[in-house]
Design a binder for this molecule. Structure first.
Ligand code: CS2
Ligand code: MN
Length: 360
């Protein structure tokens, strides 16, 4: 396993590469270009500059999260072909600088969704929180506006203002798209980018829907074992793989995360692991927690053991962390709690390794 850390770039992150470099065991950064509008080709000069700055700090840039998929591709509109062509070119360009994995998602309109970005925890820290009883009745336009106000001045991933300005119009267009149609559109996308992935040797790793159930009448398909199975079969190639996000899939307690890791890992379809913990406080109600098993509802030992047992050599990163020690950062993406998460995950890994084969 290769431990990585998500970084939003010099302009958009409160954390610097020199800080990331000092987290024990981190070898790479999970990066992206945030100033290229969705649907456009990622230009070579910007990609190269990003790679160079990461390498100058002694780190690697082998994972991108995300190259976002244009809404017209998800909707299956005739204009999708032009955007798929651009996506193919971005894959080729990324392959040229040594990128190995692209994490992306296929969620209509929204990326991850929470109703509170600073839910207070008893120890004085705060974390992201989701309460379906609140979210289900909320006007999505209002939710986005309110959340933007409480996000410490950062734009949340996938929630770029230019996409959200057309929110109502896009909702209309989704009226004709159900789950099966969304699967068809994903298949069309994957089939048409496959040869670019092969040529560039870049593996696609779809991120699960977060939370893993439909919202605001929009379909969501990357939600459970059955759908993941359907997804990997859409295009039967290792280039069509998964980002196994414990926090996203795990929000539905029916998803057994260690089992999913073993099942899809043995198929060779997991290219990227997001490891995070959360705590349930009711049905479809949870707040995120520190990575420690006893602080949340997941057994992190079992999750890391599953990765260990499948001989996982792909990329792992801690996912969202709490905001602790007075840090002001992008919600979910502060330095301190994610760095603590890494230390803990590395500790679990070392212990599992030593207990299993003496660390050889
Ligand atoms: C991330 C997602 O913060 C998160 O939960 O894991 O936003 C992820 O970056 C996207 O869904 C991938 O496209
Ligand atoms: Mn994730």
């Amino acid at each position: 396993m290769k431990m990585t850390f998500r970084w939003f770039g010099e302009k958009d992150d409160s954390i610097g590469l020199e800080q990331i470099r000092q987290i024990p065991g981190v070898t790479g950064v999970v990066g992206a270009l945030y100033d290229v509008p969705v649907g456009e080709v990622w230009p070579m000069d910007k990609i190269t500059a990003l790679r160079d700055s990461v390498e100058k700090a002694g780190l690697k840039l082998e994972v991108i999260e995300s190259v976002n998929v244009h809404e017209d591709i998800k909707l299956g509109l005739p204009s999708r072909d032009k955007y798929i062509e651009n996506y193919r070119q971005s894959i080729i360009n990324l392959g040229k600088v040594g990128v190995k994995v692209i994490c992306y998602n296929f969620m209509p309109i929204f990326d991850w969704l929470r109703n509170d970005l600073a839910y207070p925890l008893p120890d004085g820290s705060n974390a992201l929180c989701y309460n379906h009883a609140i979210v289900k009745d909320i006007d999505p336009v209002k939710l986005v506006e309110d959340t933007a106000k409480s996000s410490n001045g950062f734009t949340l991933p996938g929630w770029e203002p230019e996409r959200l300005s057309e929110l109502k119009d896009t909702f209309e267009k989704y009226k004709n798209v159900d789950e099966d149609k969304l699967f068809d559109n994903l298949k069309y996308f994957l089939e048409n980018i496959l040869s670019a992935c092969e040529e560039a040797d870049v593996k696609m790793a779809i991120h699960p829907d977060d939370p893993p159930w439909p919202l605001f009448g929009l379909p969501r398909i990357v939600t459970c074992k059955e759908n993941l199975e359907r997804l990997v079969k859409l295009v039967d190639s290792p280039y069509n793989g998964l980002t196994l996000c414990s926090g996203s899939l795990g929000a539905n307690p029916e998803n057994n995360i260690p089992e999913l890791i073993r099942y899809f890992g043995k198929m060779g379809r997991i290219h990227f692991g997001h490891v995070r913990n959360l705590k349930f406080f009711g049905e479809r109600k949870f707040h995120e927690s520190s990575h420690l098993s006893s602080d949340g509802s997941f057994d992190m030992y079992e999750i890391m053991k599953a990765y260990y047992d499948i001989g996982f050599t792909g990329y792992i990163r801690p996912d969202h962390g709490r905001m602790i020690w007075g840090e002001k950062a992008r919600p979910g993406y502060g330095l301190y709690d994610r760095a603590l998460g890494i230390a803990y995950l590395n500790g679990l890994w070392e212990a599992i390794d030593k207990l299993t084969n003496g660390g050889k």
